[in-house]
Design a protein around this ligand. Structure first.
Ligand code: ATR
Length: 273
């Protein structure tokens, strides 16, 4: 049976085996999907061993995405832009192809929530790996403007300069953000510490869409805060998790699984509904 894995550290709580097992059942694909948690300095060897022993493909998560980028034979254009690899496929001619499905997953999830990206004014909070992965797919949707704000402003400036050829992207200091945004995407890890990015409450209005790439059994700190200040449409990163997985599954198997039912089952599994 074809074997797939997710590499991460820690990875025990990964939802990927659950999601991909449901995708396989739904599309009647015969495959096995497991977990691997190599020591941080043993990832390269573990990856090699997995493919030497007949593995067909894998997902890669924290902290290995940047390392995976350097270990594959070939990179997809979107992985090249993201500077990180979250999906590896062994091609029929024996090449290890590195891809990145995170940004596509974000865009697919936003669209499934009915969020319009074309001609919209988007604010992206954070300038780390998650923001970098999101930029090219977001700009491909032709927003009127995409503003990056980050605690360390120079990092936002660097990202804006790097992606400037793809669309109207600029960097701005949190305190100087102004005007009306249609969508705010929180790519910072602040919610992990229960902290908030330093965003002025005045930027939140009733018609704004709020997206936090983090998720949990209850609202993230950022989503709670946005609701308190009047946001009516709030979304967390659980849908992105399922959509990036669907994109990876499509890369591997050439068949696109449906995500709605799987997302519902995942929520039930997490105790969200
Ligand atoms: P990831 O790969 O998940 O994006 P990362 O590369 O460590 O993780 O980036 C985390 C992002 O969250 C960074 O943009 C970080 O801001 P800095 O560049 O200034 O470090 C941002 N971040 C983390 N904690 C934050 C907080 N409490 N408030 C605002 N931004 C925060």
């Amino acid at each position: 049976m074809d074997r797939y894995l997710v590499f991460g550290h820690p990875v025990r709580h990964s939802k990927s085996p659950f999601i991909h097992t449901l995708f396989a059942r739904q599309t009647q694909q015969e495959l096995k999907y497991g977990l691997a948690e190599p020591a941080v300095d043993e990832f390269a060897q573990a990856l090699r061993t997995f493919f030497d022993q007949g593995g067909k493909g894998c997902n890669v998560t924290v902290p290995f995405k940047e390392q995976a980028f350097t270990l594959v034979d070939r990179l997809s254009p979107r992985a090249k832009r993201a500077g990180a690899v979250n999906t590896i496929k062994l091609t029929d001619d024996g090449v290890l192809l590195g891809d990145n499905t995170d940004g596509a997953g974000l865009v697919a999830d936003l669209k499934s929530h009915g969020v319009t990206l074309a001609d919209s004014r988007i604010l992206l909070l954070g300038a780390g790996g998650a923001a970098r992965g999101a930029l090219a797919p977001l700009l491909a949707e032709l927003p009127s403007e995409l503003v990056i704000a980050n605690r360390t402003h120079t990092k936002a400036q660097q990202l804006a300069a790097e992606f400037h050829d793809l669309g109207p992207v600029t960097a701005q200091i949190y305190e100087q953000l102004a005007g009306s945004f249609d969508l705010v995407i929180n790519s910072t890890s602040a919610s992990l510490q229960g902290a908030l990015p330093p965003l002025a409450p005045a930027l939140i209005h009733t018609d704004i869409a709020i997206y936090d790439m983090m998720y949990g059994a209850s609202d993230t700190a950022f989503i709670s805060w946005a609701k308190q200040h009047g946001a009516r449409q709030t979304m967390d990163g659980l849908g992105m998790l399922v959509e990036q997985a669907a994109e990876a599954f499509t890369v591997w198997r050439g068949i696109r699984p449906g995500t709605k039912q799987v997302l519902r089952e995942l929520k039930r599994n997490l105790g969200v509904i």
